[in-house]
Design a protein around this ligand. Structure first.
Ligand code: EPU
Length: 350
């Protein structure tokens, strides 16, 4: 357990915004967390629970305590690889583990399912919050259950996959139950037999560029390497250009709206989700409003990817949010689409 008063949050958020917290409390066990909350209480309007800080924008300081999750450890729960009928393997990962390190560890163990999710920044505990997803796979494809600490009662509960109510970049932890639970552990359902997922159109091209024959079945490690290459090329590195990944979600619209958009803008990427809904490319709309690579003071839109806002050095959260609001307005004025932000905005309404 570690406590620091008036702590800078600059190194605890991937936007590198220099906000401060009244107090920082790092906990390494649920016992430490329980004791702290019993002594000090927890008010979601004053205090905040932080994971890796890779999906958050501090538009203001945090008056109360920032509780930093340092719950570490990962293990294989059951391993059926001796059985010819069941190749599934459950693994438990504590919330403070770094996501990408976990993905590499699973590949080293010969466990498959996370390869398309390589190099996603952040901690394992944050993965269910926004149902992380990339290159054709979402956490919901591999999640078995989540262990949570209920803040009000201090009880530890197990929530099944349906109980987590995961959807595109959303969950009960981010919406209806925000501030109610702290995720302590995730249980993932992986496989000893690779189930290669090449649904993302650019993945096969990347594998071909790596010298893997077009008709060959790539290994999970090769898929992971292709995803890493794609991410490194398409997305700015938060260590060099501080950012929180996609700042906006791809909007989900009705088929009639998608058809209307596709007729007016034949080049806009449209992805069919169901017989009622489609997803439109927010990056395409933002780029077509002229924002890609555009700077506004110390905040900017990445020149690599129009969905990513970057801190050019010393930007405040308010400056980044101001840029986001202008982007939102221009997309709404031009396309009639109300973009939703992906990161949690602290200290301001969107
Ligand atoms: N595009 C543009 N301009 C750009 C970037 C993209 O017009 O600057 C268009 C292109 O037509 C491109 C298409 O958008 O083909 C799709 O781009 P991309 O494959 O990068 O996917 P995305 O929909 O923009 C989503 C996720 C990313 C994830 C990628 C790959 C969201 C909000 N973002 O982006 O996730 O890496 O798919 O699966 O769903 C994140 O959440 O932080 C994140 C980076």
């Amino acid at each position: 357990m570690k406590r620091t008063a008036n702590a800078s949050l600059k190194h605890l958020n991937s936007f590198a915004v220099d906000a401060t917290a009244g107090q920082l409390f790092e906990f390494r066990s649920t016992g430490e967390l329980d004791k702290f909350i019993q002594e000090h209480g927890f008010d979601p309007n004053r205090d905040l629970i932080l994971g890796g800080g890779s999906n958050i924008l501090f538009a203001d300081d945090v008056e109360g305590t920032v509780l930093v999750n340092r719950l570490m450890g990962k293990s294989i729960v059951n391993d059926c690889h001796d059985s010819s009928t069941d190749t599934e393997v459950l693994i438990d990962v504590h919330a403070g583990e770094v996501w990408h390190t976990l993905v590499m560890w699973t590949l080293d163990q010969g466990l498959y399912g996370l390869e398309n999710l390589s190099l996603i920044p952040g901690l394992a505990g944050a993965a269910p919050m926004q149902n992380i997803g990339a290159y054709g796979v979402e956490l919901s494809d591999v999640l078995d259950s989540v262990e949570v600490f209920e803040i009000e009662s201090g009880a530890i509960r197990e929530l099944s996959l349906p109980d987590c109510r995961l959807s595109y970049r959303d969950s009960r932890f981010k919406s209806v139950d925000a501030g109610k639970y702290l995720i302590t552990r995730v249980r993932l359902r992986l496989n000893r037999v690779p189930r290669t997922n090449l649904n993302y159109s650019g993945l096969r091209d990347e594998l071909t560029a790596m010298g893997i024959a077009h008709d060959a079945l790539p290994t999970a490690v090769q898929v992971s390497n292709a995803v890493i290459r794609l991410r490194q090329r398409k997305l700015p590195d938060p260590e060099i250009q501080p950012n929180a990944g996609s700042f906006f979600k791809n909007p989900i619209v009705s088929h009639s709206k998608a058809t209307e958009m596709a007729q007016e803008y034949p080049l806009i990427p449209v992805y069919t989700l169901s017989d009622k809904q489609s997803k439109l490319s927010a990056a395409w709309m933002i780029e077509h409003c002229g924002w890609k690579g555009h700077s506004m003071g110390r905040a900017a839109v990445s020149s690599q990817h129009a969905l990513v806002l970057i801190n050019r050095g010393g930007a405040s959260g308010k400056e980044i949010l101001e840029l986001a609001r202008l982007i939102h307005k221009s997309v709404f004025d031009r396309f009639g689409i109300d973009l939703q932000t992906e990161p949690l905005i602290v200290g301001a309404d969107v």
